[in-house]
Ligand binder design. Structure first.
Ligand SMILES: [Zn+2]
Length: 418
């Protein structure tokens, strides 16, 4: 008998025998999970523009009907978070567990889908639709975990907060808005960030910064280039500089995140094949590892500008910040939440996982840096931002069970967060 086994039936969760064997969601909970997910997919929350409020209202209404103290945070017209608090026994004495995931999805794109993106379709063990995986599947699994845990309310302490947030795909305004308005809470808090990770635990991710560099030139007839100032040439040098920078960055390494990277991703300039171009711009992306601040990136850009100024003292370049910088983040593998997640994954799936690092950025950065909340990224599925996005129903069920058992483990009246 493993530690804590005796109280499983007491908290009303589905029992499991050997780790990973013979588990499944009760039929009524599975039905609610698929209904919740299907209804969320059917609300188009493509970002841009966002318009997540309808989806937030759905989460709000369904959690409120279960007895949660639910709150809508509309931070701009049509955009907002659903914040649902589920207080357990002696709420003020126990810790706070935060479930965070996002309601917005990336646009469906121009490529035709086999199944219309906002008409959920179940085929075999998969549910198809934009957001099925990233990240409405995580939200629906979290809602199912709440349903699974309600019967155990008396044996749990502390508080569970489900935050279904807006605007994750374009900078994380929703999570930051929630953090700003959270108020004082001295209880220890930990968070799970629902993103598609195939139910593997991620405890670090890279940071991201994007910049647009633009050069103003002077147009002339291309039969006499000396009369003009060609804006494409410096940007061509910049592209090569970024390629070299990326090679240089390969020498740095983080144990979970590997090397930082830089890339040139958009170039625009020129008007006609017989006109010297008077304008050219390049948009670049820099993924940073812990220890590299955004000033490091700005320093690299300056290095290039100065090398250009050394060739031509009149050289000028405009630098514009694109979107919002997201800082890299990593928590210690020794944090109790990491151990709790790894043990729970083992109990539910029979898999022994190790903490990993994610190369893409998530709202974990805000929870850790702004909220001081140790967080782990964990969710069902692995097909983000693709045509015919889908998620396995069996993964959704396992995710709901893992989330529910985490609630029990962390908010257990007898146990500690570890
Ligand atoms: Zn996502």
């Amino acid at each position: 008998m493993s530690p804590g086994e005796k109280d499983r039936s007491a908290v009303g969760l589905p029992k499991y025998g050997d780790p990973g064997k013979g588990i499944g969601l009760p039929q009524d909970i599975k039905k609610s999970l698929l209904d919740d997910l299907g209804d969320l997919i059917a609300i188009d929350t493509s970002n841009p523009p966002g318009k997540e409020l309808e989806a937030a209202k759905l989460v709000h209404a369904r959690m409120a009907s279960l007895g949660a103290f639910a709150n809508l945070q509309e931070f701009s017209p049509g955009r907002g978070n659903a914040v649902c608090k589920i207080p357990f026994h002696r709420a003020e004495e126990g810790p706070c567990l935060i479930f965070n995931s996002h309601l917005d999805v990336v646009p469906a794109g121009e490529t035709p889908w086999t199944h219309p993106p906002f008409e959920p379709r179940i085929i075999g063990d998969r549910i198809y639709g934009r957001g099925s995986c990233d990240a409405k599947g995580s939200i629906a699994a979290m809602m199912a975990a709440v349903r699974l845990s309600l019967s155990a309310a008396k044996t749990l302490r502390g508080e569970l907060i489900l935050t279904a947030v807006a605007a994750e795909e374009t900078g994380g305004l929703g999570t930051q808005f929630w953090l700003k308005n959270r108020g004082k809470d001295s209880r220890p808090a930990v968070a799970i960030v629902g993103e598609p990770t195939s139910l593997k635990p991620f405890i670090a991710h890279k940071g991201v910064s994007r910049r647009k560099l633009s050069v103003q030139g002077r147009s002339a007839h291309s039969s006499d280039p000396a009369q003009g100032r060609n804006a494409i040439y410096p940007i061509a040098r910049l592209a090569l500089f970024i390629e070299e920078l990326n090679e240089r960055l390969g020498a740095k390494k983080h144990p979970l995140l590997g090397s930082p990277v830089a890339s040139a991703n958009v170039v625009r300039g020129g008007v006609k094949d017989n006109v010297i171009p008077d304008y050219c711009e390049l948009q670049m992306d820099r993924r940073r590892i812990p220890g590299e601040g955004s000033e490091q990136f700005d320093h690299e850009i300056n290095e290039w500008i100065q090398s250009m100024a050394a060739r031509d003292p009149s050289f000028q370049c405009q630098v514009e910040v694109l979107g919002m910088d997201k800082e890299p983040v990593a928590i210690s593998p020794e944090e109790p939440i990491v151990r709790a997640v790894i043990e729970t994954i083992y109990e539910v799936t029979g898999r022994r996982e190790s903490p990993r690092g994610l190369i893409a950025a998530t709202d974990m950065t805000f929870l850790v840096h702004q909220g001081n909340i140790p967080s782990v990224i964990l969710g069902p599925g692995n097909s983000s931002h693709v045509v015919d996005e889908s998620v396995e129903i069996s993964q959704l069920e396992k995710a709901a069970l893992i989330y529910a058992h985490l609630i029990r483990r962390i908010l257990s009246a007898e146990g500690s967060p570890g």
